[in-house]
Write a protein that binds this ligand. Sequence first.
Ligand code: GDP
Ligand code: MG
Length: 370
Amino acid sequence: MATIVRESSAMFDFLKKKPPQPEPGKPARPAAPASGGFSPEDLARAFTVHQEEKAARLEAERAEGREAMKGVLGGSLFARSLGGLFSRHPKLDEDLLDEVETALISADMGVPATTEVVERLRKRMKDRDFADAAALFRALRNDLLAILRPVAKPLEIREDARPFVILTVGVNGVGKTTTIGKLARRFQLDGHTLMLAAGDTFRAAAVEQLRIWGERNNVHVVAQGQDADPASVAYDGLQQAKARGVDVLIADTAGRLHTQQGLMAELGKIRRVLAKLDERAPHEVLMVIDGTTGQNALNQLRQFHAAVKVTGLVVTKLDGTAKGGVVFALAREFGLPIRFIGLGEKPEDLRVFDPEGFVDALLPESLGAG
Ligand SMILES: Nc1nc2c(ncn2[C@@H]2O[C@H](COP(=O)(O)OP(=O)(O)O)[C@@H](O)[C@H]2O)c(=O)[nH]1
Ligand SMILES: [Mg+2]
């Protein structure tokens, strides 16, 4: 079975620790060609254990991510202004709505999303839906969550796409290369083999940054040096990834060219060239957005989406001074999946986007009590 053969050696580790035992009541999986001396039953059991370990790791990561989000986002302007507002036990009146509106706008939520949220609250307040300010707070929390839920779709490395090609795009300095390193580490932990393509050939340092990362982490980096044609690097990368049978190829790209039009044309070319080797590639066009750029992030996404059809987002730098509201604006306007958020520079700071955890960190449930 393809899935069994595909899973890399990490999943077989436990076989070295324990002798294989048949599991009672579990039907054996269809016979697969034995690899490395393991029987089909060994492989089937390894597959199950591997999936269970992965699920447990995801659950642990989710809990850890929520703590991290509380720590990092709890101090954001968004959390401070709304938290401050409701912890004063305000009166339920028009002034409260005005203050909520100001807080959302200054947290970078943007006028359209803010107006929509506030108008809904206003209507419900007029309909006497809320007994007190705490009830309004709870409604606000729910409305914010409702904006984010539809875009919480984690990135799945599809088993039927080999290699699964991820094209990373975004303007200069948003955190593309850093994110590639963090993602590569995550995929390795999940047992995937991978390769990187150094497609930001605009700056020599960018190629070097990826190369060094690859050397340190034992990941092959396909590069042709500065000024090479990025589409050629991507093509080369996909060819090599196919030849070596790796699971995932992540291609870096430049975020800056002599002209913006030039950049968009280049990205379009990379996309077309990849499709020559695999008509469904790239399987994911991951746009990295700097969470501190405010409403400008929307313009960036609009342009990149028009040029390369973005399929997923990473919002970085939500630590520090970031306001967080831009995540709602992006979700509401584009409805594109937000795959990950960046809460810092360390590898573990790239977190799977978890809307409940995100809203909890910005607006703790306890504030709406009483
Ligand atoms: N604070 C913080 N810094 C980040 C985050 N992600 C990336 N960076 C930093 O942003 C800077 C630019 O990153 P880089 O990956 O080179 O951006 P690129 O030009 O898009 O490839 C680096 O200093 C990164 O360490 C994040 O989530 N939080
Ligand atoms: Mg870069």
